[in-house]
Design a protein. Structure first.
Length: 263
């Protein structure tokens, strides 16, 4: 579970803060081609936080979003966004019937589980997907990038591309695309997390803090470039995050747009 104190920081910043805006742009670059070629009906965001991304997906693609989080702190914000299909539950035990959804989205959530337990939510994501259903996943990457913010947010593991692909495949999903992301700022991150933070000391603290507008624009620009590259089918060999698209085995590529109901 994420540190509950972080929800207020996220809610205040995620609309415009360079990292949130840039990483949404990257996910849209991966999801736009899917939305152009098939019509998804009900989609679950597993670990929705404040619900901001659920609202963005609903508005952009017309998906019927179901939003779930274990923390009431996040769900409180989601209800202010007008999301009405919100549930408090654990991603390791989803309260939905098998095959309920055309898609599952989960952004930076399974990293809050202890290493070795990531198979539990991945199996649940596969279970609630229809055959051929789409999984869109994002996780933190590379242990060397663990930071004060990681500790504050109660992040418990980071992934390599190989380990993430293996975990997703073991859950019964076929990987379509996977790439590192937030790659162009990797040298800056390495210096900050492995040189500056150890020298400066200090306690774990949130990295989600307002920055001047000019700096926000500068930091967002590399992510915008990455989104264009990924949107053209490119990938990166290393980065601070991993993004992945996969499908549940056993179905056609195109999905029918039929309702999905909770159990």
């Amino acid at each position: 579970m994420m540190n509950p104190a972080e929800f207020a920081n996220i809610a205040e910043s995620e609309a415009n803060f360079w990292w949130y805006a840039g990483m949404r742009q990257i996910m849209f670059a991966l999801l736009d081609p899917v939305a152009r070629h098939e019509r998804l009906g009900a989609v679950l965001e597993a670990g929705c936080g404040t619900g901001h991304f659920s609202r963005e997906l609903q508005q952009r693609y017309g998906w019927r979003m179901h939003s779930l989080d274990v923390a009431m702190e996040g769900l409180h914000y989601g209800r202010t966004y007008g999301l009405d299909a919100m549930v408090q539950a654990d991603i390791c035990a989803l309260p939905y019937r098998t095959g309920a959804f055309d898609g599952v989205v989960s952004m930076d959530v399974i990293v809050h589980l202890e290493r070795g337990r990531e198979h539990l939510p991945l199996q649940e994501f596969a279970r609630v997907l229809r055959p051929g259903g789409l999984l869109a996943l994002r996780v933190s990457a590379l242990d060397i990038l663990r930071s004060h913010h990681s500790q504050h947010a109660m992040e418990r593991q980071r992934f390599t591309r190989e380990r993430l692909e293996q975990a997703v495949a073991a859950a019964g999903l076929d990987v379509l695309r996977v790439s590192y992301a937030n790659a162009l700022l990797l040298p800056v991150a390495l210096f900050k997390f492995r040189v500056w933070e150890p020298l400066a000391g200090g306690e774990p603290d949130s990295g989600v803090k307002p920055v001047p507008g000019w700096l926000n624009r500068i930091l967002r620009a590399p992510l915008a470039l990455e989104s264009r590259w990924l949107g053209r089918g490119g990938s990166f060999p290393a980065g601070q995050s991993l993004v992945l698209l996969a499908r549940r085995r056993g179905g056609a590529a195109r999905l029918a747009a039929t309702p999905a109901a909770a159990a």
